[in-house]
Each structure stands twice: as structure tokens, then as C-alpha cells.
Design a protein around this ligand. Structure first.
Ligand code: ZN
Ligand code: ZN
Length: 289
């Protein structure tokens, strides 16, 4: 039986999102229904609401979440009812040329739920990033579920679904930070702090956190920053000079821009070692060397 639950829906561009009844259809053969226990609020949800991603309104917002599987389709083998899971944006196919090359992040045939969730009048909803977790329940492909330890509180585990993955991936996968290298991060929100944690995991020895907000520097230090710089009032060149001072005059081997505005792009390019890499986290994350 389809289920009616509450969800947060952006009906049209730049208008306040609304709490509405939404209908979760019965799962298709490889779909599962997940009861959402916690969901983060990510800037990308705001970008959907403001028409910055695409025009496929109405959107069911939310995409950084953890919950429990409550219904499964007939062919589902990846999870069982009751499993505690983090939701992923897309399930990779495992068969396309990107998957076969081992770069599943570029999969050309990712899976989402086979049916749309709808408003009560039948209007199809577009689930943000193929998830739509600002709701009591959501419908996803089984491959979008990753089982995690019951010991992790949902409000923490859910962050693995977006901010943590984006930041750690920027440092380790896109930036390819190596043991003994230096990394500077511009912007110490969730993504920036995760990039710092990633650099620490990778064994970087000089990890510099940069932010205009003094309050954010302490969190970065807790997660592994060896140095922090308050950049309020500084020009891109001045910020770069601070980074150079901390890296024997060369600039950082990897600079992650976790803000994504022209001034921070500029800062990132000035602050890198000439042989270093810049990672722009955003839409989409790309690297230049
Ligand atoms: Zn997000
Ligand atoms: Zn694929």
C-alpha cells in the first residue's frame, strides 16, 4: 500500500519550501523505503529551491541522511527490513566504462528509485540528489543504502552521505594529498572540516585552515589542522602570503576551496605551490594543476 507522509517540498523557484503530504509508492523490484531518522541541512538544498540545480520543480528536498529500511522490493538482496543505513546520492551500475575503469564516481548509469514519489494530487516530485530525505520516509534504489554501525547516532552517520564524503573526497581523491604534504582549506564549514580530517587521514603534515569566522577555527584544529588563519579583511594575496609563510615560502601542495566564490578561487590559485593542485569543491568538484 502506498503511504502518505509529511515532506518538505519546494514548489517553485525562490519561494519558501512547504511541509506537505507526499505519497511514497510501493517499492519497485529493486527499490526500498527508508524511514528517515536524521537529515542534515546542506547548501545544495537551498540551491535546489532557488533553481540553481535544474528546473524540475517540485523538489522533495533533503539528501544527507540516515534511517532504517522499512519496506523492500521483491528483488532486493542488498539490504533487509530493519537495516540501519546511510543514504547515497546514486547507486553505481558496476558495468559502464567508468565503473569498469574503477572510477565509479563518474558512473554513467547510476540508479535511483524506479518510481517517483508524488504530491497527493499525483504531481511527480523530483527527489533532491535522488534521495529526498526531508520527509518521514523516502523511496530509493537498494544500492543507495549503505549499512552502518548501530553505534553511530543518526545525526552523525547521516553526514557521511554528503558533507563528510565531499570534504574527505576533495582532499584524498581529487586533491590526491600525500603523506608529508601540505594542504590548505579555505572555508571551515562541514565540507572544509572534512577536508582537514581527510588530509590528516592521508598523513599530510602541514594542514592549514582558513576562515573569516574566528569561531570556526577551533573546530578545524580539533579535526587535525596544524595551523589556522583568520582571514577576515585580508585580500587573496595576503591570505596566500600567510599560507606561504607556513609552507617554507612555497604555498600548499593542495588547496581546497570549500567556499566557491571568485575571491576564494583567486586565493586558492595564489596560495598553492606552483607544482601543487587546487580543488574547487562545488558543482562539480574539479582539479587543476
Ligand atoms: Zn549536500
Ligand atoms: Zn557505472
Amino acid at each position: 500500500m502506498p503511504t502518505t507522509v509529511k515532506g518538505v517540498v519546494a514548489l517553485s523557484e525562490k519561494q519558501p519550501a512547504e511541509l506537505l503530504d507526499i505519497i511514497i509508492p510501493d517499492p519497485g523490484p529493486n527499490d526500498v523505503v527508508v524511514d528517515i531518522e536524521a537529515t542534515g541541512v546542506c547548501h545544495t538544498d537551498l540551491a535546489y529551491r532557488d533553481g540553481g540545480i535544474n528546473d524540475e520543480f517540485p523538489f522533495l528536498l533533503g539528501h544527507e541522511s540516515a534511517g532504517r529500511v522499512s519496506q523492500i522490493g521483491e528483488n532486493v538482496t542488498h539490504v533487509e527490513i530493519g537495516d540501519y543505513v546511510v543514504l547515497n546520492w546514486r547507486a553505481v551500475c558496476g558495468e559502464c566504462r567508468a565503473c569498469k575503469k574503477g572510477v565509479q564516481q563518474y558512473c554513467f548509469a547510476t540508479h535511483n528509485a524506479s518510481k517517483p514519489m508524488t504530491l497527493t494530487d499525483g504531481t511527480k516530485l523530483t527527489a533532491a540528489l535522488g534521495i529526498g530525505s526531508f520527509a518521514e520516509k523516502t523511496l530509493v534504489h537498494e544500492g543507495q543504502c549503505t549499512k552502518v554501525s548501530e553505534d553511530a547516532p543518526a545525526e552523525v552517520a547521516g553526514l557521511l552521505g554528503c558533507g563528510v564524503m565531499a570534504g574527505i573526497g576533495a582532499a584524498i581523491n581529487t586533491g590526491q594529498v600525500q603523506r608529508g604534504e601540505s594542504l590548505a582549506v579555505i572555508g571551515l564549514g562541514g565540507v572544509g572540516c572534512a577536508a582537514i580530517a581527510g588530509a590528516r587521514l592521508a598523513g599530510a603534515t602541514t594542514i592549514i585552515g582558513l576562515d573569516v569566522d574566528e569561531k570556526k577555527l577551533a573546530a578545524a584544529e580539533e579535526l587535525g589542522a596544524t595551523h589556522t588563519v583568520l582571514t577576515k579583511g585580508l585580500s587573496p594575496q595576503q591570505v596566500a602570503e600567510k599560507v606561504q609563510e607556513l609552507t617554507d615560502g612555497f604555498g600548499a601542495d593542495v588547496v581546497v576551496d570549500a567556499v566557491g566564490i571568485p575571491q576564494t578561487y583567486e586565493t586558492a590559485f595564489y596560495a598553492r605551490d606552483l607544482a601543487g593542485r587546487v580543488v574547487l569543491v562545488g558543482v562539480p568538484a574539479r582539479t587543476w594543476s
